[in-house]
Design a binder for this molecule. Structure first.
Ligand SMILES: [Zn+2]
Length: 144
């Protein structure tokens, strides 16, 4: 198992680096119902591994979790989020959120997702979102 890249936040606490992929097609967003902690609906996301940069991690995570290939991407947010504890017990994550266009055929990774699918803004409004994604969907005015 590759190890997540680790750093330190300003107060000296260990921190992970993570990438998220905001993937929209025809007004709907690709979301996973996460099978692992932290639970909730979320976009494709994951840790940046040691020896990897954020773009390599983005392409790998999208491929692993959705079977899709990233065709184009644009960084939309880069920010630390605290209090988003991961399964490895680290609460601080430095996030890179990319907007992506993709190609290929959607497939579900059963180890990561209870389901995967496309959701309209109206549907997302009523989903229980994973905290980081709730934060971004609000920041992007996709939900209220
Ligand atoms: Zn982590």
């Amino acid at each position: 198992m590759p190890r997540p890249k680790e750093g330190k936040s300003r107060d000296g606490a260990p921190m992970h680096y993570s990438v998220g992929a905001l993937i929209e097609m025809g007004g709907r967003y690709l979301l996973i119902d996460r099978a692992n902690f932290p639970f909730g609906f979320a976009g494709v996301a994951g840790h940046i591994d040691e020896g990897e940069n954020e773009i390599q991690a983005l392409k790998r995570e999208v491929e692993e979790e959705s079977g899709l290939k990233v065709e184009r991407f644009r960084l939309i947010f880069e920010e630390p989020i605290f209090h988003d504890r991961c399964s490895r017990g680290i609460t601080g994550h430095y996030w890179y959120l990319f907007e992506c266009s993709v190609s290929g055929e959607l497939k579900q990774d059963e180890s990561e997702a209870k389901s995967i699918g496309w959701y309209s803004k109206e549907k997302i409004q009523n989903l229980k979102l994973e905290p980081a994604w709730e934060h971004w969907f609000k920041k992007l005015n996709i939900i209220e």
